[in-house]
Design a protein around this ligand. Structure first.
Ligand SMILES: *Cc1c(COP(=O)(O)O)cnc(C)c1O
Length: 387
């Protein structure tokens, strides 16, 4: 699950560079004062290098990353952006903030976008697709990328939960046109709040860089207060404190992903023989970040009972089944912009609903207690005994 388990002297050392040496909390300028220390710049460079991307832009959150990604597409009111029904509400909020209409597809047993349903939802208003690698498992990006190419749609990867994961040996976030990451406190690596974008195209990178900074072009020929601009924008700039923490956390990414995979396997090897559980599906050649271990049970009641038994061992589940109201678009009646299908409401996202309500998600901790896998097993078996 989390970089937050591993906050130590490494982060402190990075932060103390900012407070003791550069004394500059802003990512730009103040060249005389900062003694060559540019933590956000350095974080962007190292992140890009890590995931084999050319261009990276740090921002204030994962939600901001999605909003800034969408700023590179010329969206008009009425344009549609398609995402998946199972995601965090932020994905849809970013689309709404960009004046477009959010449309949600069904998911399949990967718990990510179903490519077949994507094709059904594309029309002449569709401009972009945001796929989500929910809870550490890659979506079927190979198929989805082909579809986007055919219909000339921009493909954005919401990699908030997939940092460090790969598919076909390529880092998640670098396969589509733009990848958006989150470093909030519950994500694989954290800066408290924060986010990152990676881009294939230099042009999109430059548009995003300006837009996240009120349109500033950072023209080297003029001082910043006389800077040139071609677009409006907003302020989503990362601070030096976040950049400093990010540098320390990025160094821990490989360890986190490795350890999470190790602990994931330790749990799975203990529970895989239990009759009546079905593991979440992965696309071929996936390397998961192993943020959570998800399996399906028979129905909603069995999933609910399983959570209750897990809680008796002080094992909390992660989002499923208890918190899907924040993560399933069918529940978001408060978002009036969300395009509802023209079918009776009981049919709306019916497949997603039937998968989500019978799924149980076990959080993976880096510092997992030794008896954790066994307790997971006992809880599942206990819940099966109940009527
Ligand atoms: C966490 C998350 C976000 C938002 O990131 P923040 O940094 O919390 O703003 C967006 N999408 C998904 C799928 C997430 O899990």
């Amino acid at each position: 699950m989390p970089g937050y388990e591993l906050i130590d002297n490494k982060e402190f050392k990075q932060i103390s560079d900012v407070f003791k040496k550069s004394k500059t909390l802003f990512r730009m300028g103040f060249d005389k004062q900062r003694k060559g220390i540019f933590k956000v710049n350095e974080f962007e460079k190292k992140f890009a290098k890590k995931v084999n991307s050319k261009y990276a832009l740090a921002v204030t959150s994962g939600t901001a990353a999605l909003r800034v990604a969408l700023s590179t597409i010329n969206l008009k009111k009425g344009d549609e952006v398609i995402t998946q029904s199972f995601t965090f509400v932020a994905t849809v909020e970013a689309i709404v903030e960009s004046r477009a209409t959010p449309v949600c597809t069904e998911i399949d047993k990967t718990l990510n976008m179903d490519p077949k349903d994507l094709i059904k939802k594309i029309n002449n208003k569709t401009k972009a697709v945001i796929v989500v690698h929910m809870l550490g498992v890659p979506c079927r990006i190979k198929e989805i990328k082909k579809i986007c190419k055919k219909y000339n749609l921009v493909l954005i990867e919401d990699t908030a939960w997939g940092c460090g994961g790969k598919i076909n040996n390529q880092y998640l976030g670098t396969i589509g046109d733009i990848g958006a990451y989150s470093f909030d406190f519950a994500k694989t690596i954290t800066t408290g709040e924060g986010g990152m974008l990676v881009f294939k195209s230099k042009k999109k990178f430059e548009l995003a860089k300006a837009w996240h900074d009120h349109g500033h072009e950072n023209n080297p020929k003029v001082p910043r207060w006389e800077d040139t601009r071609k677009s409006s924008g907003f302020n989503f700039r990362m601070t030096e404190m976040q950049g400093a923490v990010g540098l320390a956390q990025l160094n821990k990414l490989d360890y986190i992903v490795k350890k999470q995979n190790f602990n994931y396997k330790a749990i799975w090897s203990v529970i895989k023989k239990i009759k009546g559980i079905e593991k979440r599906a992965y696309p071929q050649n996936s390397k998961i970040s192993a943020d959570a271990l998800i399996f399906f049970l028979k129905n909603k009641q069995t999933a609910k009972r399983c959570r209750e038994e897990l809680l008796k061992y002080k094992i909390s589940t992660k989002i499923l089944p208890e918190a899907f109201t924040w993560h399933f678009s069918r529940e978001w009646k408060h978002i009036k912009e969300l395009k509802k299908e023209k079918v009776s409401s009981s049919n709306h996202l019916k497949i997603s609903k039937s998968l989500i309500e019978r799924a149980v998600s076990i959080p993976i901790f880096i510092k997992m207690k030794k008896n954790f896998p066994k307790n997971v097993k006992y809880s599942i078996l206990k819940s099966f005994e109940r009527k």
